[in-house]
Design a protein. Structure first.
Lengths: 327, 289
C-alpha cells in the first residue's frame, strides 16, 4: 500500500488525428495524498483536462495513453477493465465539470439525477433511505430539498453548480476531480462555490484535484500546487512555496506576473510573451524555452532535472546554473 | 382527502404523462383517435361484414340517408360499412407500419450514432441502399417477391420508411452524445446502455415522435396507392384510400363519396398529429403548463 491516494508517473497521452499527433501529456508526474487539496495550474491547452479524463479512463476515442502509470491507492488503473472503472467512477473518484449549464440533463429533475448516482453505486439502500440522502445532500449544498422536483432550467448557474457538486459528492468519493468548477460563474458565486467545496471536502474528507487557471482560487483553496506546461509539471510545491518562494520557475513567475497588482501604480500588465507551444511538435529540451526571458542554450537541448528544496521542486536549468555558480 | 403528490415524487415517466394529460389539444387528439378506433374495432357489432361487399344495384349512388348513413357507391354498396371495415386496414396497418419503421429505425440509427466508426459506416451504407430506391418501387419489389397479403404489405411499406427514421435518430444521437451531461454521466460511472436509455433517448425522442405521427398520413395514402396498383389490398376489400380511388369517376357529381372517406383519413391523421405534438411537449420539461 503506497502512501499516496493518487500517483501519476511519467504519463504520456496523445491525440491521434488524421494528419497529426497531438502530444497532450508528456511525462506528467503527480502525487496526491488522502485528503489533500492539490491545485493543477496551467494555461489553456496545457493538458489539465486530459489528465482528469485519463484518470477516469474516459479519453475520447482519438486519445491514447501511450505510456506511464496511474496508481490509485497503489492499484494500477491503466490495467483495470471497464467494469472496474464503472464502479470507480462516481463512487470513488468523481468529477465536477466546468460548465454547470450543460453538465445537467435538461429533461430530468435534479432530484432524479442525484438519485441516479445513488441507485448506481448503492443499490442496496431502501427507497426512503435514498430519498433521505438526496434531501440531506441538497441541504448540504444549500438548496432546499423541496426544489428537487425541479428541472435544471429552473435553476441559476450557481445553483446548478451546487447540484453538480451534490451529484459528485453523494457517493462520498475519496477523490474529487474539479475541472475549472468556477470558470463559468461570476466572482461572487465563485467564492461561494469554493467555500462550499471546502466545507464539503472537510465533511467527507475527500482529496481534491482542482484544475484551474485562476491563481487566486488556488492560493485560497489548495494545500499544494502543481504548475504544468505543455503536458509536464514544471513546478510543484506547497502553496507558500509557489506564491511566496523565491526560486520559482520562470513560467510560474510569468503566470503570477499576469495578475493585476492594485498596490502598484502600473499602467500595463505583464503578459507572458508568445503563446502556448504547439502540442503537435513539442520541442526538444524545455518546452517553455521559446517564451522564457532567461533562456539559455542548454534549455533547448535537455529537459531540465528536478531541483528539490524541501517541499518545493522546480524543473529549470536556471537553478542548476546558480548551483554550479555556487560551487 | 387524498394527499396531493408533489412534483418530486413523480418518476420521469409519470411526469411526462402528467404534462401530457394537461395538454388540451393532445387530449382532444386522444378522444378523436379513440372515437375513430372504437368504431373500427367494434365494426362487426355495428354492421355485418356482408354489407361491405353486398351489391345492391337498385340503391346505387344514393346520398346519405337514414338507411345508408354515408350513402352508397356506384355498385350500391353501403359506404358506412365499407369505411368501418376499411379502417381496419387503413388505421391498424398504418400504425403497424409506423411502429415497425420507428422501432427498427431507432435501433439502427441509435446504434450507428452511439457507437460511431465502423458500426456507423456499415449500418448507414445499408440504410443508404434502401434510401436510394424510391420507396414505392421498393415496396412493389418486396410485395412481388413475397406475394400478396396484408402483413406482407405492412412489411414492405415499413422497410421503405426505415431509412428516414434511422437517419433522423442517428443525427440526434450524434448531437446528444457529445453533450456535456452525457460525458458527466460517464464520469459518474453510468454504463453506455443506461446513458443511451436514460439520457439520450428522453432528450432526442420529441421531434422523432412528431415526425412519426406526421408520416402516418403519407403511409395511409401509400397503402391505398399500393392497392390501386393491385398490390397488397385490392378491391373489393375496402380500405380508405382504395375507397376514394374506386369512386373517383363519380366524385364530381356525388362528392360525398370522396369527402367522407377523406374526412376519415383527415380525422385520424389530425388526431395522431395532436397526440404526437402533445408527446413532444410532454417530453420537454421547459414547455409551460
Amino acid at each position: 500500500m503506497s502512501d499516496y491516494l493518487l500517483e501519476v508517473n511519467d504519463l504520456h497521452v496523445q491525440y491521434n488525428t488524421d494528419d497529426s499527433v497531438v502530444h497532450a501529456l508528456n511525462g506528467l508526474n503527480l502525487r496526491l495524498k488522502e485528503g489533500e487539496k492539490l491545485g493543477l495550474v496551467g494555461e489553456t491547452g496545457a493538458g489539465k483536462t486530459t489528465l482528469a479524463l485519463s484518470i477516469l479512463r474516459l479519453l475520447p476515442k482519438v486519445g491514447q495513453i501511450v505510456s506511464g502509470s496511474i496508481k490509485y491507492k497503489g492499484e494500477e488503473l491503466l490495467d483495470k477493465n471497464e467494469a472496474y472503472m464503472l464502479g470507480l467512477r462516481g463512487r470513488r473518484v468523481s468529477m465536477i465539470f466546468q460548465d454547470p449549464m450543460t453538465s445537467l440533463n435538461p429533461v430530468k429533475t435534479v432530484g432524479n439525477q442525484i438519485l441516479e448516482v445513488l441507485n448506481l453505486h448503492f443499490p442496496d439502500l431502501s427507497k426512503d433511505e435514498k430519498e433521505k440522502k438526496v434531501d440531506e445532500m441538497l441541504q448540504l449544498v444549500g438548496i432546499p430539498a423541496s426544489r428537487k422536483g425541479e428541472f435544471p432550467h429552473q435553476f441559476s448557474g450557481g445553483m446548478k453548480q451546487r447540484v453538480v457538486i451534490a451529484m459528485a459528492l453523494i457517493a462520498e468519493p475519496e477523490l474529487l476531480l474539479a475541472d475549472e468548477p468556477t470558470t463559468a460563474l461570476d466572482v461572487t458565486i465563485q467564492a461561494q462555490i469554493m467555500a462550499l467545496m471546502g466545507q464539503l471536502k472537510e465533511k467527507f474528507n475527500s482529496a481534491v484535484l482542482l484544475i484551474t487557471h485562476d491563481l487566486g482560487v488556488v492560493a485560497e483553496f489548495c494545500d499544494t500546487v502543481s504548475v504544468i506546461y505543455a503536458g509536464r509539471v514544471v513546478e510543484h510545491g506547497a502553496v507558500e512555496d509557489i506564491f511566496m518562494g523565491n526560486e520559482n520557475h520562470p513560467y510560474t513567475k510569468g503566470l503570477i506576473g499576469c495578475i493585476p497588482d492594485l498596490s502598484k501604480d502600473e499602467d500595463r500588465l505583464h503578459p507572458i510573451p508568445g503563446s502556448m507551444v504547439d502540442a503537435r511538435s513539442i520541442p526538444e529540451g524545455c518546452a517553455f524555452a521559446d517564451r522564457c526571458p532567461h533562456c539559455m542554450d542548454i534549455c533547448r537541448k535537455i529537459i531540465p532535472e528536478e531541483h528539490v528544496n524541501g517541499t518545493h521542486s522546480v524543473f529549470c536549468h536556471l537553478y542548476d546554473a546558480i548551483k554550479e555558480g555556487e560551487k | 382527502m387524498r394527499k396531493k403528490k408533489t412534483l418530486s415524487e413523480y418518476s420521469t415517466g409519470e411526469l411526462v404523462l402528467y404534462r401530457f394529460r394537461k395538454n388540451k389539444l393532445a387530449m382532444l387528439g386522444v378522444a378523436m383517435f379513440l372515437f375513430v378506433a372504437l368504431f373500427i374495432l367494434f365494426a362487426p357489432l355495428i354492421r355485418p361484414y356482408d354489407t361491405v361487399v353486398k351489391q345492391n344495384i337498385a340503391d346505387r349512388l344514393q346520398g346519405p340517408s337514414s338507411e345508408y348513413i354515408f350513402g352508397t357507391d356506384e355498385l350500391g354498396r353501403d359506404l358506412f360499412s365499407r369505411i368501418l371495415y376499411g379502417g381496419r386496414i387503413s388505421l391498424f396497418c398504418s400504425l403497424a407500419i409506423i411502429a415497425i419503421a420507428f422501432v427498427s429505425g431507432a435501433l439502427i440509427g441509435g446504434a450507428a450514432g452511439f457507437f460511431g466508426g465502423k458500426v456507423d459506416t456499415v449500418l448507414m451504407r445499408i440504410v443508404d441502399m434502401l434510401m436510394s430506391v424510391p420507396s414505392a418501387l421498393l415496396a412493389m419489389a418486396i410485395i412481388t417477391a413475397l406475394g400478396n397479403g396484408v402483413w406482407k404489405l405492412v412489411l414492405a411499406l415499413a422497410i421503405g420508411q426505415i431509412p428516414r427514421f434511422a437517419r433522423m435518430v442517428r443525427s440526434s444521437v450524434i448531437t446528444l452524445r457529445n453533450m456535456e451531461y452525457v460525458e458527466a454521466a460517464r464520469c459518474f460511472g453510468i454504463s453506455s446502455m443506461k446513458i443511451m436509455l436514460k439520457h439520450i433517448l428522453p432528450n432526442g425522442i420529441g421531434p422523432i415522435v412528431v415526425s412519426a405521427t406526421l408520416t402516418l398520413g403519407a403511409v395511409i395514402l401509400s397503402i391505398s396507392s399500393m392497392g390501386y396498383l393491385g398490390l397488397g389490398v385490392a378491391s373489393p376489400t375496402p380500405e380508405w384510400g382504395t375507397i376514394i380511388s374506386e369512386n373517383k369517376v363519380n366524385i364530381q357529381y356525388y362528392p360525398y363519396l370522396g369527402i367522407i372517406p377523406g374526412i376519415c383519413i383527415m380525422l385520424t391523421v389530425m388526431s395522431v398529429n395532436f397526440i404526437g405534438d402533445g408527446l413532444r411537449d410532454a417530453f420537454d420539461p421547459k414547455s409551460k403548463n
